[in-house]
Design a protein around this ligand. Structure first.
Ligand SMILES: O=C(O)C(=O)C[C@]1(C(=O)O)C=C[C@@H](O)C=C1
Length: 361
């Protein structure tokens, strides 16, 4: 699969003056609930109504979706409002039923993307259909696995493709339900600049109060669209209550979002930008020079350790370094998280250098 402007055709066909918005409940619960939300979203920025019909729950015993009957409700919502309809599919049978009920957009969930057998089964069931298929990132931060899922669909003749960034699982407790790891979708975008990229702030945050902030972050990175879980009565939703918003809130979010241009052609902007970028290039050169000098001394310590038969890892020293640099970085306006990650990388590189020196015969 190679990048091509044709990857974007399905999105351009919507002819929107704003990012694509997909909204609707986490799960279809009752016919009344589906129809009510569809009518509330009809005259808004929303183009596609979403609802989960089959819900993959982490542990058994939870609400696992209403099943096929929900597709009937979605189809009715589509007929009554003209909204396109979208649901998650995880098996060939889900695909078969979704096609029967004229679902327009099918998405592959994060747990399914992580399983190439399941993605292949879905791709085979969708072979050569003209459905829009969106692939959520796998639960683990693995860009190749994500790309692999997209390629399986592409190879099955599905040309209306897009990706949904819903964040990545982590054992660490953070303010996010799924940590965004923005660099991964950015890397994907660098490989396929024309592949529509949609952000799912509901699953990234797990918290309705953070949806606006994360949606804006996505738009600042030129995402093409948003998928936002929206429920007529979020607090009493049968699944993922904390992350769903009301239609009124959704409309306010859409109104408050600032859509930024990709570029500005004006001379004053470009001159100033060029100026600042030159300064950045200069500083990047210096960062590299300093890191290389640091590594030179690390190598000398490595040789010393080899002569005295001392182990590479010196945890106490490393912790002292981390504590010292963290307080300096905070003073300099850098975040603790950034500093931690940066110096972790530096430490890994030091260890790898010294390992090579120590192992050399
Ligand atoms: O101080 C040392 O012992 C080093 O080898 C240097 C260094 C570093 O990069 O600063 C590298 C590895 C150790 O775990 C601790 C610190």
């Amino acid at each position: 699969m190679t990048n091509s402007s044709e990857l974007k055709t399905w999105l351009n066909d919507f002819q929107l003056a704003h990012p694509l918005v997909i909204a609707g409940p986490c799960s279809a619960e009752t016919e009344e609930q589906v129809l009510k939300i569809a009518h509330e979203l009809k005259d808004s920025d929303v183009s596609i109504l979403r609802a989960g019909i089959w819900k993959p729950r982490t542990r058994p015993g939870g609400f696992e979706g209403v099943g096929e009957i929900g597709l009937k409700w979605l189809k009715r919502a589509k007929d009554e409002t003209g909204l396109l309809i979208a649901t998650e599919v995880a098996t060939a049978n889900h695909v078969k039923l979704a096609l029967e009920y004229e679902v327009d957009v099918l998405w592959i969930g994060a747990r399914t993307t992580a399983n190439p057998f399941a993605v292949q089964e879905i791709a085979d069931a969708l072979q050569n259909t003209d459905k829009i298929v969106l692939v959520k990132n796998p639960v683990n931060p693995d860009l190749s696995l994500w790309l692999g899922g997209i390629e399986r669909l592409y190879n099955a003749g599905i040309k209306k493709l897009g990706v949904i960034h819903r964040g990545f699982s982590s054992y660490e407790k953070t303010k996010y339900r799924n940590i965004p790891e923005w660099q991964i979708p950015i890397d994907l975008r660098n490989r396929f600049p024309d592949l529509p990229l949609i952000c799912d702030p509901s699953h990234i945050t797990g918290n309705r109060n953070m949806i606006q902030e994360v949606s804006q972050q996505a738009l600042n990175l030129n995402y093409d669209g948003l998928i936002i879980e929206t429920h007529i009565d979020p607090d009493n939703a049968w699944s993922d209550a904390a992350q769903q918003v009301t239609p009124v809130t959704l409309k306010q979010i859409c109104k408050d979002l600032v859509v930024r241009k990709k570029n500005d052609e004006s001379d004053d902007y470009n001159t100033e930008l060029e100026n600042l970028r030159l300064k950045i290039d200069d500083l990047d050169d210096k960062i590299i020079e300093i890191l290389s000098q640091r590594m030179h001394f690390v190598d000398e310590i490595g040789t010393l350790k080899k002569q005295h038969n001392v182990s590479v890892l010196q945890n106490e020293r490393w912790q002292a370094i981390e504590n010292r640099v963290k307080s300096i970085c905070i003073e300099k306006g850098l975040t603790e998280d950034f500093t931690e990650q940066l110096f972790k990388l530096v430490h890994q590189e030091s260890i790898s250098h010294q390992n090579k020196i120590i192992n050399k015969s």
